[in-house]
Design a protein around this ligand. Structure first.
Ligand SMILES: [Zn+2]
Length: 275
Protein backbone atom coordinates (compact mmCIF):
# COMPACT_ATOMS: atom_id res chain seq x y z
CA UNK A 1 0.00 0.00 0.00
CA UNK A 2 1.49 3.31 -0.92
CA UNK A 3 1.17 6.98 -1.73
CA UNK A 4 0.73 8.11 -5.34
CA UNK A 5 0.71 11.60 -6.78
CA UNK A 6 -0.49 12.91 -10.12
CA UNK A 7 0.99 16.28 -11.03
CA UNK A 8 -1.66 18.34 -12.83
CA UNK A 9 -1.26 21.68 -14.56
CA UNK A 10 -4.38 23.66 -15.46
CA UNK A 11 -3.67 25.36 -18.79
CA UNK A 12 -4.89 28.83 -17.82
CA UNK A 13 -3.29 32.19 -18.64
CA UNK A 14 -3.69 35.18 -16.30
CA UNK A 15 -5.32 37.64 -18.70
CA UNK A 16 -8.32 35.33 -19.14
CA UNK A 17 -9.46 36.17 -15.60
CA UNK A 18 -8.95 39.95 -15.87
CA UNK A 19 -12.27 41.70 -16.39
CA UNK A 20 -10.55 45.04 -17.04
CA UNK A 21 -8.95 43.87 -20.28
CA UNK A 22 -10.52 43.98 -23.72
CA UNK A 23 -12.04 40.78 -25.13
CA UNK A 24 -9.10 40.49 -27.53
CA UNK A 25 -6.50 40.71 -24.76
CA UNK A 26 -8.27 38.03 -22.71
CA UNK A 27 -7.69 35.48 -25.45
CA UNK A 28 -4.49 33.42 -25.24
CA UNK A 29 -1.30 34.89 -26.64
CA UNK A 30 -0.51 31.68 -28.45
CA UNK A 31 3.27 31.92 -28.61
CA UNK A 32 3.58 32.91 -24.96
CA UNK A 33 1.23 30.12 -23.88
CA UNK A 34 3.05 27.53 -26.00
CA UNK A 35 6.34 28.63 -24.48
CA UNK A 36 5.03 28.13 -20.93
CA UNK A 37 3.66 24.69 -21.80
CA UNK A 38 7.13 23.79 -23.10
CA UNK A 39 8.45 24.64 -19.63
CA UNK A 40 5.89 22.26 -18.09
CA UNK A 41 6.98 19.50 -20.44
CA UNK A 42 10.64 20.10 -19.66
CA UNK A 43 10.03 20.08 -15.90
CA UNK A 44 7.94 16.90 -15.98
CA UNK A 45 10.54 15.21 -18.15
CA UNK A 46 13.44 16.13 -15.90
CA UNK A 47 11.76 15.41 -12.54
CA UNK A 48 8.79 13.08 -13.08
CA UNK A 49 9.77 10.81 -15.95
CA UNK A 50 7.34 12.79 -18.11
CA UNK A 51 4.38 12.00 -15.89
CA UNK A 52 1.88 14.83 -15.52
CA UNK A 53 -1.48 15.92 -16.87
CA UNK A 54 -1.80 19.17 -18.76
CA UNK A 55 -5.46 20.18 -18.57
CA UNK A 56 -6.29 21.87 -21.87
CA UNK A 57 -8.27 25.06 -21.20
CA UNK A 58 -11.34 25.68 -23.34
CA UNK A 59 -13.81 28.48 -22.66
CA UNK A 60 -16.32 30.56 -24.60
CA UNK A 61 -13.47 33.07 -25.17
CA UNK A 62 -10.95 30.47 -26.28
CA UNK A 63 -12.34 27.51 -28.17
CA UNK A 64 -10.12 27.20 -31.21
CA UNK A 65 -6.48 27.68 -30.23
CA UNK A 66 -5.95 24.21 -28.78
CA UNK A 67 -6.25 22.42 -32.13
CA UNK A 68 -3.75 24.63 -33.93
CA UNK A 69 -0.63 22.77 -35.11
CA UNK A 70 1.78 24.27 -32.56
CA UNK A 71 -0.45 23.10 -29.71
CA UNK A 72 -1.20 19.68 -31.18
CA UNK A 73 2.58 19.16 -31.37
CA UNK A 74 2.85 19.96 -27.67
CA UNK A 75 -0.05 17.70 -26.65
CA UNK A 76 1.51 14.85 -28.62
CA UNK A 77 4.87 15.44 -26.99
CA UNK A 78 3.24 15.24 -23.53
CA UNK A 79 1.67 11.86 -24.38
CA UNK A 80 4.85 10.54 -25.98
CA UNK A 81 6.80 11.40 -22.82
CA UNK A 82 4.43 9.28 -20.68
CA UNK A 83 2.14 12.11 -19.59
CA UNK A 84 -1.48 12.88 -20.41
CA UNK A 85 -3.67 15.68 -21.58
CA UNK A 86 -7.02 16.33 -19.95
CA UNK A 87 -10.19 18.31 -20.60
CA UNK A 88 -10.52 21.58 -18.65
CA UNK A 89 -13.75 23.41 -19.40
CA UNK A 90 -14.07 26.97 -18.16
CA UNK A 91 -17.68 27.21 -19.31
CA UNK A 92 -18.38 30.58 -17.74
CA UNK A 93 -17.83 34.29 -17.80
CA UNK A 94 -15.46 34.41 -14.83
CA UNK A 95 -16.94 36.04 -11.68
CA UNK A 96 -20.19 36.77 -13.57
CA UNK A 97 -21.79 33.62 -14.96
CA UNK A 98 -21.27 29.89 -14.53
CA UNK A 99 -22.79 27.21 -16.73
CA UNK A 100 -21.39 24.03 -15.13
CA UNK A 101 -24.89 23.05 -14.01
CA UNK A 102 -26.46 23.29 -17.49
CA UNK A 103 -26.31 19.80 -19.00
CA UNK A 104 -26.83 20.74 -22.67
CA UNK A 105 -24.26 23.46 -22.64
CA UNK A 106 -21.74 21.32 -20.75
CA UNK A 107 -22.32 18.36 -23.06
CA UNK A 108 -21.35 20.51 -26.02
CA UNK A 109 -18.34 22.09 -24.27
CA UNK A 110 -16.91 18.78 -23.02
CA UNK A 111 -17.66 16.85 -26.20
CA UNK A 112 -16.24 19.54 -28.51
CA UNK A 113 -12.97 19.64 -26.58
CA UNK A 114 -12.65 15.88 -26.08
CA UNK A 115 -13.56 15.06 -29.69
CA UNK A 116 -11.41 17.89 -31.01
CA UNK A 117 -8.41 16.35 -29.25
CA UNK A 118 -9.32 12.78 -30.23
CA UNK A 119 -9.69 13.73 -33.89
CA UNK A 120 -6.04 14.80 -33.75
CA UNK A 121 -4.95 11.39 -32.48
CA UNK A 122 -4.83 12.31 -28.79
CA UNK A 123 -6.30 10.43 -25.82
CA UNK A 124 -7.94 12.72 -23.25
CA UNK A 125 -9.07 10.50 -20.35
CA UNK A 126 -9.59 12.96 -17.53
CA UNK A 127 -11.56 16.07 -16.68
CA UNK A 128 -11.26 19.05 -14.36
CA UNK A 129 -13.80 21.86 -14.19
CA UNK A 130 -12.61 25.46 -14.28
CA UNK A 131 -12.59 26.87 -10.72
CA UNK A 132 -13.02 23.19 -9.65
CA UNK A 133 -16.68 23.40 -10.66
CA UNK A 134 -18.65 20.18 -10.89
CA UNK A 135 -22.21 18.90 -10.99
CA UNK A 136 -23.68 15.38 -10.93
CA UNK A 137 -25.13 16.25 -14.35
CA UNK A 138 -21.60 16.00 -15.76
CA UNK A 139 -21.15 12.35 -14.79
CA UNK A 140 -23.13 10.82 -17.72
CA UNK A 141 -21.53 13.36 -20.08
CA UNK A 142 -18.06 12.27 -19.00
CA UNK A 143 -19.06 8.62 -19.41
CA UNK A 144 -20.33 9.30 -22.95
CA UNK A 145 -16.93 10.78 -23.76
CA UNK A 146 -15.06 7.84 -22.17
CA UNK A 147 -13.57 10.14 -19.58
CA UNK A 148 -13.48 8.00 -16.46
CA UNK A 149 -11.39 10.09 -14.09
CA UNK A 150 -12.35 13.48 -12.71
CA UNK A 151 -9.91 15.80 -10.94
CA UNK A 152 -12.29 18.62 -9.91
CA UNK A 153 -12.44 17.82 -6.20
CA UNK A 154 -10.70 19.95 -3.64
CA UNK A 155 -12.15 18.38 -0.47
CA UNK A 156 -14.07 20.91 1.62
CA UNK A 157 -14.07 23.62 -1.04
CA UNK A 158 -17.05 25.94 -0.92
CA UNK A 159 -16.51 28.81 -3.33
CA UNK A 160 -18.97 31.65 -3.75
CA UNK A 161 -18.51 34.61 -6.10
CA UNK A 162 -20.96 37.20 -4.76
CA UNK A 163 -24.27 35.34 -4.48
CA UNK A 164 -23.24 32.64 -6.98
CA UNK A 165 -22.22 29.20 -5.82
CA UNK A 166 -19.21 28.24 -7.92
CA UNK A 167 -17.85 25.06 -6.41
CA UNK A 168 -19.05 22.82 -3.59
CA UNK A 169 -16.94 19.91 -2.36
CA UNK A 170 -17.96 20.03 1.30
CA UNK A 171 -17.45 16.70 3.09
CA UNK A 172 -15.97 15.05 0.00
CA UNK A 173 -13.53 12.15 0.59
CA UNK A 174 -9.83 12.99 0.67
CA UNK A 175 -8.74 9.84 -1.21
CA UNK A 176 -9.97 8.55 -4.60
CA UNK A 177 -13.55 7.29 -4.89
CA UNK A 178 -16.17 6.32 -7.46
CA UNK A 179 -18.58 9.22 -8.05
CA UNK A 180 -22.21 8.94 -7.02
CA UNK A 181 -24.70 9.82 -9.80
CA UNK A 182 -26.78 11.85 -7.33
CA UNK A 183 -24.10 13.67 -5.35
CA UNK A 184 -20.54 14.17 -6.56
CA UNK A 185 -19.33 14.52 -2.97
CA UNK A 186 -20.29 10.95 -2.06
CA UNK A 187 -19.02 7.64 -3.33
CA UNK A 188 -21.35 5.62 -5.54
CA UNK A 189 -21.54 3.40 -8.58
CA UNK A 190 -20.87 5.58 -11.63
CA UNK A 191 -18.06 4.69 -14.01
CA UNK A 192 -16.18 7.88 -13.15
CA UNK A 193 -13.55 7.93 -10.41
CA UNK A 194 -12.71 11.10 -8.52
CA UNK A 195 -9.08 11.82 -7.66
CA UNK A 196 -9.03 14.78 -5.25
CA UNK A 197 -6.30 17.35 -4.73
CA UNK A 198 -4.07 16.06 -1.94
CA UNK A 199 -4.90 17.59 1.42
CA UNK A 200 -4.33 17.42 5.15
CA UNK A 201 -5.74 19.57 7.94
CA UNK A 202 -7.36 22.05 5.56
CA UNK A 203 -4.20 22.57 3.49
CA UNK A 204 -3.81 21.51 -0.13
CA UNK A 205 -1.18 20.29 -2.56
CA UNK A 206 -1.85 23.43 -4.58
CA UNK A 207 1.21 25.55 -5.28
CA UNK A 208 -0.81 28.74 -5.38
CA UNK A 209 -2.24 28.20 -1.92
CA UNK A 210 0.42 26.38 0.08
CA UNK A 211 3.95 27.21 1.15
CA UNK A 212 6.68 24.62 0.69
CA UNK A 213 6.54 24.07 4.45
CA UNK A 214 2.84 23.20 4.17
CA UNK A 215 3.47 20.98 1.14
CA UNK A 216 6.02 19.07 3.21
CA UNK A 217 3.60 18.71 6.15
CA UNK A 218 0.81 17.44 3.89
CA UNK A 219 3.16 14.91 2.29
CA UNK A 220 4.28 13.59 5.69
CA UNK A 221 0.70 13.39 6.84
CA UNK A 222 -0.46 11.51 3.75
CA UNK A 223 2.46 9.11 4.03
CA UNK A 224 1.39 8.23 7.57
CA UNK A 225 -2.12 7.44 6.30
CA UNK A 226 -0.86 5.32 3.44
CA UNK A 227 -1.77 2.01 5.07
CA UNK A 228 -4.18 1.89 2.12
CA UNK A 229 -3.43 2.99 -1.44
CA UNK A 230 -3.70 6.75 -1.73
CA UNK A 231 -3.96 8.56 -5.07
CA UNK A 232 -4.21 12.35 -4.99
CA UNK A 233 -3.37 15.18 -7.35
CA UNK A 234 -0.93 18.08 -7.04
CA UNK A 235 -2.16 21.30 -8.61
CA UNK A 236 -0.36 24.06 -10.53
CA UNK A 237 -1.37 26.43 -13.32
CA UNK A 238 0.34 27.25 -16.59
CA UNK A 239 0.64 30.94 -15.65
CA UNK A 240 2.78 30.01 -12.62
CA UNK A 241 5.44 28.83 -15.08
CA UNK A 242 5.97 32.42 -16.24
CA UNK A 243 7.65 33.52 -13.01
CA UNK A 244 11.08 32.15 -12.03
CA UNK A 245 10.36 32.12 -8.30
CA UNK A 246 7.06 30.30 -8.74
CA UNK A 247 8.69 27.82 -11.08
CA UNK A 248 11.43 27.24 -8.51
CA UNK A 249 8.80 26.66 -5.83
CA UNK A 250 7.06 24.09 -8.02
CA UNK A 251 10.37 22.30 -8.67
CA UNK A 252 11.27 22.18 -4.98
CA UNK A 253 7.75 21.11 -4.05
CA UNK A 254 7.83 18.23 -6.51
CA UNK A 255 11.23 17.16 -5.16
CA UNK A 256 9.83 17.13 -1.61
CA UNK A 257 6.77 15.14 -2.70
CA UNK A 258 8.92 12.69 -4.61
CA UNK A 259 10.52 11.65 -1.33
CA UNK A 260 7.15 10.55 0.07
CA UNK A 261 5.24 9.19 -2.91
CA UNK A 262 5.41 8.04 -6.50
CA UNK A 263 4.33 10.24 -9.42
CA UNK A 264 2.17 8.29 -11.85
CA UNK A 265 0.20 8.89 -15.04
CA UNK A 266 -3.47 8.13 -15.80
CA UNK A 267 -2.89 4.52 -16.96
CA UNK A 268 -0.83 3.79 -13.84
CA UNK A 269 -3.56 5.39 -11.70
CA UNK A 270 -6.11 3.04 -13.28
CA UNK A 271 -3.96 0.09 -12.20
CA UNK A 272 -3.90 1.33 -8.61
CA UNK A 273 -7.60 2.21 -8.30
CA UNK A 274 -8.96 -0.69 -10.39
CA UNK A 275 -11.82 -0.51 -12.82
ZN1 LIG B 1 -8.62 26.62 -14.86
Amino acid sequence: MSLHFIFTVDGDWKAYFNRNLSEEKRKPNENTLANLIEREIHLAKSLLNGRFIHFVHASPRAKEYFSKPQFITLWKQIEQNGGNIGVHCHEEDPYLKYYYNQADRMRKAITDLAQGLKSNGLSPKSYRGGFMTFSPKLIPILEENEIFIDFSCEPGRYLMHGDKLVSDWRNAPTNYYRLNYKDHRRSGDSKVFEIPVGSANGNFLNFEKSSLWKIWQIARNLKKQATENIVVSVLAHTYEFSQPLKLLKIKLGLLILRIYGKFINVAEAREVIGN
